[in-house]
Design a protein. Structure first.
Length: 132
C-alpha cells in the first residue's frame, strides 16, 4: 500500500555492534529511522531531538530518560550515523540509511563526500548542507 513505512539500510561498512553502540543507542537509532522525515532534498531524513521525539521513543516501549536519549544521539553523531544540522536537528547518514529514491540518496552521498574532502582543509563542527 502507499502508506507502507520503509527505511533503506545499506549494510556495506555498517556494523552497529562494532565500536560500542549499546542497546539503548540502537533503540534510539531505530526511532530515528522510524520518525525521520520523508521528503526530497535536504528536508528529508531529518529528526529533531525535542520532547516530541523523546515521547515517541518512550511510546515505542523504550523506557529511557531524556538524558539517556540525548547521550545516545551524541554517540550516534560521534559514530557518524547521524549528522548534526543545527541545534537539535540531525540528518541520518545516507551512506547507511535513507528514506526516498535511490537517485536522491546517491546525490546526497556524493555531496557529503565532497564536503568532507573540503572540510579536511577547513574543519566545521556541524554538517549543514545549506552553508555550501
Amino acid at each position: 500500500s502507499g502508506n507502507d513505512m520503509f527505511m533503506m539500510v545499506f549494510l556495506n561498512n555498517l556494523n552497529i555492534y562494532e565500536g560500542g553502540l549499546n542497546l539503548s543507542c540502537i533503540k534510539v537509532m531505530f526511532c530515528c529511522w522510524k520518525y525521520s522525515t520523508f521528503s526530497e532534498g535536504y528536508e528529508g531524513n531529518l529528526i529533531t531531538n525535542n520532547l516530541t521525539f523523546k515521547d515517541q521513543v518512550r511510546k515505542e516501549g523504550f523506557n529511557m530518560s531524556n538524558a539517556t536519549i540525548d547521550n545516545c544521539i551524541s554517540m550516534l553523531v560521534k559514530k557518524e550515523l547521524l549528522f548534526k544540522q543545527h541545534k537539535g536537528s540531525y540528518m541520518l547518514n545516507p551512506t547507511y540509511f535513507f528514506k526516498g529514491n535511490i537517485r536522491e540518496r546517491t546525490r546526497l552521498v556524493y555531496q557529503i563526500k565532497n564536503k568532507e574532502a573540503r572540510e579536511q582543509l577547513q574543519p566545521n563542527e556541524e554538517f549543514n548542507f545549506n552553508n555550501d
